[in-house]
Design a protein around this ligand. Structure first.
Ligand code: GMT
Length: 379
């Protein structure tokens, strides 16, 4: 099949999922055309089945805000027409789904029927999408897509609750390339960070308020008081300066390392003992799945799609948002020498259920279903 993939090409989870999906499809022999405003971060190698089309965004003194959505829709029209695509798969509703719907309508006037699949990732629904400034367009573009998927059952439920949806939403969970995340211990790194055999706690995120990195620090403050531990904070974003100050105020700065944005996050995860994800909202929690694939158990909040991944009492524990006391108690339980090996093994076993080898065929058969339905209604 010839598939166009539209996504955010940056570090965000939706862009990572879209890029890994495209790479996986290309390995299966599909021709995959990425349509984005810059080269997706993980698309840094040559494969004969992978293509990249950059969206040209022209500015003009009249435009206070250059109309990216129009440039994207025009590029989609071009690529569908000249590369003879069979399907467009857009990741993150805003503005990708509405641009795809516009491209679909333009192509229809030229006698071309292009099926559109929209994947909802989370904040496009739970934070930004349901804001009145976007809601009507998001609702329309979901309803006008030929196939819609959500990355968790909870996101599907949330979408149906907050939008007037007239079509089916299929749940296809996020996935991981287990081969890539296979434990590749960097023991020298562990020794450098934890010279006295301390336990290593890790958090990775984009340091936005919704991630509640404060809670990670507050859990760590309590842990370090009880057992020897170190904390690694990976990623960067608007809350970082505040978190650094908080660590100084709490007098734990020397036990915390800020690593910034990392490409090979698996190298850090491979030596971690516990991952903390206390988010206020999280449709899936791809970062947590990456940790589990490296045999790292989880302490998390119980919101959104997280409990569909982190099985309470098995792969770690889930708690109410902000309950740092309970999170600390659970963290101590997981980290105890009697329990840690079992939780680690359980985390890896759960991650295996989300291996790309299991999820990719689900996308492929969904594409076939959507294309067949569009062909049958248009003929
Ligand atoms: O919030 C983020 O971390 C970024 C955002 C994105 O679209 O890049 O993440 C959302 O999509 C990820 C991939 O499907 C999910 O794993 C994240 O849980 C989701 N974030 C939220 O729901 C807050």
């Amino acid at each position: 099949m010839k598939i166009g993939i539209v996504c955010y090409p940056t570090f965000g989870g939706s862009g990572v999922v879209a890029t890994e999906l495209g790479i996986g499809l290309a390995k299966e022999g599909h021709k995959v055309h990425f349509i984005t405003y810059s080269q997706p971060t993980r698309l840094d190698f040559f494969n004969e089945n992978l293509f990249y089309h950059e969206v040209d965004i022209r500015s003009y003194p009249l435009f206070q805000y250059p109309p990216y959505e129009l440039a994207l829709a025009s590029k989609m029209v071009d690529v569908v027409k000249y590369e003879k695509l069979d399907l467009l798969h857009v990741h993150y509703a805003i503005p990708h789904a509405s641009a795809a719907v516009m491209a679909k309508q333009i192509l229809k006037t030229e006698g071309i029927e292009i099926p559109i699949v929209t994947t909802l990732h989370g904040t496009d629904i739970t934070l930004v999408g349901k804001d009145p400034s976007y809601e009507p367009v998001v609702t329309y573009s979901i309803n006008q897509s030929d196939g819609v998927t959500a990355v968790s059952g909870d996101l599907r439920k949330d979408t149906l609750k907050h939008f007037n949806i007239t079509r089916e939403i299929r749940v296809i969970p996020n996935f991981i390339d287990l081969e890539k995340f296979k434990k590749q211990r960097k023991d020298h790194f562990k020794t450098a960070i934890c010279p006295n055999g301390e336990k290593l706690i890790v958090h990775t995120s984009n340091f936005r308020k919704v991630k509640r990195v404060d809670d990670v620090v507050r859990v760590f403050e309590r842990l370090v008081d009880t057992i020897p531990t170190k904390l690694l904070l990976v990623g960067d974003g608007p809350e970082r300066a505040h978190i650094e100050n908080l660590c100084r105020e709490l007098n734990i700065y020397d036990d915390v390392r800020f690593l910034g944005k990392l490409e090979a996050v698996e190298e850090v995860l491979s030596v971690a003992d516990l991952f903390v994800m206390p988010s206020e909202k999280e449709s899936f929690g791809l970062a947590a799945l990456e940790a589990m694939a490296c045999e790292v158990p989880l302490i998390s909040s119980n919101v959104g799609g997280i409990p569909e991944l982190n099985i309470h009492g098995v792969t770690g524990f889930t708690s109410d948002v902000g309950d740092v006391e309970e999170m600390t108690k659970n963290a101590l339980h997981v980290l105890s020498n009697d329990n840690l090996a079992t939780f680690k093994a359980n985390a890896l076993a759960r991650a295996k259920e989300f291996d790309i080898a299991k999820i990719l065929p689900i996308y492929e058969s969904f594409y076939e279903e959507v294309v067949a339905a569009v062909v049958s209604t248009s003929s």
